[in-house]
Ligand binder design. Structure first.
Ligand SMILES: *[C@@H]1O[C@H](CO)[C@@H](O)[C@H](O)[C@H]1NC(C)=O
Ligand SMILES: *[C@@H]1O[C@H](CO)[C@@H](O)[C@H](O)[C@H]1NC(C)=O
Ligand SMILES: *[C@@H]1O[C@H](CO)[C@@H](O)[C@H](O)[C@H]1NC(C)=O
Ligand SMILES: *[C@@H]1O[C@H](CO)[C@@H](O)[C@H](O)[C@H]1NC(C)=O
Ligand SMILES: *[C@@H]1O[C@H](CO)[C@@H](O)[C@H](O)[C@H]1NC(C)=O
Ligand SMILES: *[C@@H]1O[C@H](CO)[C@@H](O)[C@H](O)[C@H]1NC(C)=O
Ligand SMILES: *[C@@H]1O[C@H](CO)[C@@H](O)[C@H](O)[C@H]1NC(C)=O
Ligand SMILES: *[C@@H]1O[C@H](CO)[C@@H](O)[C@H](O)[C@H]1NC(C)=O
Ligand SMILES: *[C@@H]1O[C@H](CO)[C@@H](O)[C@H](O)[C@H]1NC(C)=O
Length: 439
């Protein structure tokens, strides 16, 4: 072990100081640096007494040159923008180095002055590096053996040398992930965002990108990291195709082909034909070709290590053969048509046996529905001539003309008139009299 040996005039004083801090530290130009530090005073000739003032000093480059003293906790004005934030009485020499730039890049030594105890940690210099480019954040996810439906925690974390202005983290997962700046066991800080995601097949090949933006004096420094997910999933988008599609002639070659995507790749394709006894396993392999002799309904099933998936059903139909439902549909239609024809014929025959109504049209073109003269008269009498009159006719004048052998009957006829497209509404049915001459 190396000891810091100080030669003072007259006496040899052997005192020693050790600090526990990182040997090398990095920060961004225009940002700060938090230096976690503890010290241990190894007493020699002089003893360390924390009841009296403890002065913390930082030297740069060479602690033997007093011009290199950059910070003294007992002074109010210092060369470098440093501050000891740790409590020296508690052996904490944690220091905040603000607003660094590349000119501050150097090797730094810590020194304690406590009454007669004066010692420099010359064995434990800290190398400070000042960079201009940001650090890539780290995306933490166990990338091995990711499977769909699995819930995983994804963390994006960024090195945080200056916890007073931590980096801004953004990623292409959820936008409002809560940012946390945490202290690590070694006293340094880490900023992170975290999210739990439930994996699905869409995450396979997905790039998670996380970006860290460090605020620095007069701007930002940004760096980005990307990881690609590899997620295993059961078969998806399984579909069957048939060639030729549509009706095929009996005996011709038919090819069924199955496609699916899966990770790991499909282990087997199985073809099924739907029959009365359920689905029957008819072939194994991605393609299934045969000479079509009869129609059928087919589907395929794709299988990998994680599961399987059925395709939709493809129909094979043979040209010229009426099969299945179509046959019975045509039979039913034919029977229905026959029954309809029979009914029409029957109704026609029945109607023709019914007495027909007499209808006479007036020469004026007026439609006059003549009520059937009393049925009794109609049956017994045969009318030679029917003449219509308006108003009651003179019985004598007409009977004379036809002589005695002819019997004349008058009947009051109710006529309902209807004039097509008539604008007259006041028309009342005329009293029409019919003169009927009996033969
Ligand atoms: C520490 O300093 C205080 C105050 O000067 C003194 O009373 C005490 O005796 C010292 N302790 C030791 C161990 O020297
Ligand atoms: C150091 O700390 C003191 C008080 O704790 C504060 O007044 C001063 O501004 C700080 N100096 C720097 C450079 O941060
Ligand atoms: C670094 O900062 C100091 C003040 O702390 C300033 O005097 C100096 O000019 C700066 N150097 C560069 C290279 O910016
Ligand atoms: C130095 O600090 C680290 C982290 O804070 C700790 O694990 C280790 O024990 C310390 N070593 C000594 C000698 O104090
Ligand atoms: C993620 O899940 C873990 C447990 O699996 C839980 O402790 C944590 O709080 C969850 N994080 C978020 C951001 O929901
Ligand atoms: C730095 O980033 C912040 C957002 O965090 C933005 O508002 C600001 O404009 C950026 N500054 C520069 C100089 O780009
Ligand atoms: C594959 O299946 C998914 C549903 O599982 C669907 O959203 C997607 O559109 C399908 N892709 C193709 C190319 O059919
Ligand atoms: C299937 O049909 C093709 C012609 O379409 C014929 O060459 C072949 O011999 C037939 N195969 C069988 C097994 O009937
Ligand atoms: C289908 O039949 C083949 C051979 O007969 C057999 O190897 C395979 O396991 C069967 N597949 C299914 C899903 O039943």
């Amino acid at each position: 072990m190396l000891l810091g040996v100080f030669f003072l005039p007259g006496v040899v004083v052997t005192t020693n100081l050790r600090i526990n801090a990182s040997k090398e530290m990095e920060t961004l130009s225009g940002s700060c640096l938090h230096i976690p530090c503890t010290f241990e005073a190894i007493e020699g000739d002089a003893s360390f007494n924390n009841s009296i003032e403890i002065i913390g000093i930082w030297y740069k480059n060479d602690h033997k040159n007093v011009n290199n003293l950059v910070f003294d906790s007992s002074k109010s004005v210092n060369a470098y923008p440093m501050n000891i934030t740790g409590i020296l009485k508690k052996n904490d020499c944690t220091t905040l180095f603000s607003d660094l730039n590349t000119s501050h890049q150097d090797k730094y030594y810590f020194r304690i002055e406590n009454g007669k105890f004066k010692a420099t940690a010359d064995c434990d210099p800290i190398q400070i590096k000042v960079k201009d480019s940001a650090w890539k954040p780290n995306i933490a996810i166990d990338l091995t053996n990711l499977k769909e439906h699995q819930s995983v925690t994804v963390t994006c974390s960024a090195f945080t040398p200056c916890p007073h202005s931590p980096p801004e983290l953004t990623w292409n997962l959820q936008q409002d992930s809560l940012r946390q700046t945490e202290k690590n066991t070694d006293g340094t800080f880490t900023t992170k965002i975290q999210e739990n995601i439930t994996l699905s097949d869409t995450h396979d090949g997905y790039n998670i990108r996380c970006s860290a933006r460090y605020p620095v004096k007069g701007g930002n420094r940004t760096a980005e990291t990307e990881v690609t997910l590899s997620v295993s999933y059961a078969p998806r988008n399984t579909s069957a195709s048939i060639s030729p599609s549509g009706l095929v002639s009996a005996g011709s070659r038919v090819e069924l082909s199955c496609s699916s995507r899966a990770k790991p790749p499909i282990r087997s394709f199985t073809w099924f034909r739907i029959s009365e006894h359920g689905a029957m396993n008819v072939s194994v392999g991605q393609d299934y070709s045969f000479n079509a002799t009869e129609g059928g309904d087919y589907y395929c099933e794709a299988t990998n290590d994680l599961g399987n998936q059925k395709s939709s059903v493809r129909f094979l139909r043979i040209k010229g053969i009426l099969n299945g439902h179509l046959f019975w549909l045509i039979i039913a239609l034919a029977i229905g048509l026959l029954v309809l024809i029979f009914l029409v014929i029957y109704v026609r025959c029945f109607k023709s046996k019914q007495p027909t109504h007499q209808q006479t049209q007036t020469p004026a073109g007026e439609e006059a529905a003549v009520q059937t003269l009393s049925t009794a008269a109609a049956e017994e009498l045969q009318y030679g001539e029917v003449t219509f009159f308006k108003g009651k006719p003179e019985a004598s004048s007409t009977s004379v003309e036809y002589g005695k052998q002819e019997e004349t009957v008058y009947a009051h006829v109710k006529v309902s008139k209807s004039r097509k497209c008539s604008t007259h509404t006041t028309d009342s049915p005329d009293d029409i009299y019919a003169q009927v001459k009996k033969k």
